[in-house]
Design a protein around this ligand. Structure first.
Ligand SMILES: [Fe+2]
Ligand SMILES: [Fe+2]
Length: 172
């Protein structure tokens, strides 16, 4: 058995092999390293543009976390409930990871929860829009970040949100 650790969210995974993607934040396998070699993707100090983008990213992730959680609680369909529960956990992990960069406590907020509607199909469409928005935002943030570690962090998040676009396009 080996101890692995995710460079994006910092969570630990114990297993024979690396997981296909991080069970906590969804980061792709390459971000998993053996615990002995682990170092969180974190910059020594942050530029103003990065601080601004991290704050925007935090708002986006919290909003998505709450929307997904609300849908998972509202839907009657087991698949939809599961999918949105999983998405909510991943986005919450992103929000926590962003707070580590900003060196702040995760704010308590319910923004986004009221956007869950009765129709599962509509909620899935909304998730697709949200993930596309996230990928567009992170794409811009990658280009703007002067810190190599932050560039990589945003890139990892962008890849994960792209996976979510794929998921939402598979339908229910
Ligand atoms: Fe992770
Ligand atoms: Fe996210």
């Amino acid at each position: 058995m080996k101890v692995y650790r995710c460079r994006v969210c910092g969570e630990v995974y114990i297993g024979e092999e690396k997981p296909g993607s991080c069970p906590f934040c969804g980061a792709h396998q390459d971000y998993f390293v053996l615990a002995r070699q682990w170092q969180l993707l974190k910059a020594e100090s942050l530029s103003d543009v990065t601080k601004e983008n991290l704050k925007k990213a935090l708002d986006l992730e919290i909003d998505n976390t709450n929307f997904y959680k609300a849908v998972s609680e509202k839907s009657k369909n087991t698949y939809v409930k599961s999918m949105f529960k999983g998405l909510s956990k991943v986005e919450r992990e992103h929000a926590s990871a962003i707070c580590k960069h900003l060196r702040i406590e995760k704010p308590d907020s319910n923004v986004g929860a009221d956007k869950a509607v009765e129709s599962d199909e509509e909620n899935v469409k909304e998730s697709n829009r949200r993930e596309k928005r996230a990928v567009a935002f992170y794409g811009q943030a990658i280009n703007q970040a002067p810190e190599p570690e932050i560039k990589e962090f945003f890139k990892a998040l962008s890849e994960i949100e792209s996976d979510h676009i794929t998921l939402s396009e598979q339908g229910i």
